[in-house]
Design a protein around this ligand. Sequence first.
Ligand code: NAD
Ligand code: KPL
Length: 305
Amino acid sequence: MSSTWHILGAGSLGSLWACRLARAGKAVRLILRDGQRLQAYQQVGGLTLVEQDQPRHYAIPAETAQARGPIHRLLLACKAYDAAPAIASVAPRLVEGAEVLLLQNGLGSQDEVADLVPRARCIFTSSTEGAFRDGEWQVRFAGHGYNWLGDPGNPALPAWFDDLQQAGIPAEWSLDILTRLWRKLALNCAINPLTVLHDCQNGGLLGHLDEVEALCAELARLLRQCGQPEAAHELDAEVQRVILATAANYSSMYQDVRAGRRTEVHYLLGHACRAAGRHGLQLPRLERLLQRLVDSLRVRGLPCD
Ligand code: NAD
Ligand code: KPL
């Protein structure tokens, strides 16, 4: 297996991973959307990572999906709604047994990707790291955070796992990655839509704790029904802890809506409601929350899927 890290998506997290891996001397190649993006990137000559206000430039090679070389290891670093078309664009280049790391938040996109590349090993990631784009080809690391990686179908640690430690990417191999992803999805469902609907920072939800608590009760029922009792354990207490710890922050969904960007609702609250439907569970508060959110996105002219 080649040791090159192909990274599809030079957005916030993709650029953060690319720069840290390149800095550690790992072979990295970016896969950009099309020839126009590639040309624009080549004019700048690389990515800039800003850490603690210090910018540093990394001349990382890039190509488009149509390049010819085989791909042994791919970090898919796009939004959940872009994951399926993105993997389809590089699928013919994946070698037998290729490893694909999925950085997407929420649930549902991982299965969409796995269905399209049945001969690849799909590794799911749950990340609490924060990064945002600071300009064209420049990303600012917000610091802190952690990554859990795991493969629900295969507990074996990937051979390249040490690359992450060498690159300063805080990560742990998780044997219960689905539990982690469900827990994060539940946190996001209990907090993010309400911050949009109440137009507030996370801390603003302290004034709506009855609503938060009622949602947590339904989410915990859903998690147990989906065979995730650990993800349901003391969910309400953790949601309140996160609200307090991030009181001054705006949730990622709030930021997307404010910036007029598409949200990942389909893979967060949408996924929760679809899972409830499949299990024949009636969760009226979650369903009403999704309806209110969808209505609010429509009014703003944003996609609601
Ligand atoms: P982003 O929008 O900053 O970056 C995604 C990039 O993928 C964009 O540059 C986009 O142009 C590119 N892309 C999409 N389709 C493509 C294609 N077919 N070919 C090539 N490039 C393509 O997104 P992000 O903030 O890095 O988020 C990625 C995922 O990580 C999301 O699911 C998000 O929820 C999750 N996440 C992000 C953060 C964060 O701090 N940014 C933290 C935790 C989790
Ligand atoms: O992950 C988050 C987000 O904003 O997406 C937190 C801070 C946990 C709120 O749900």
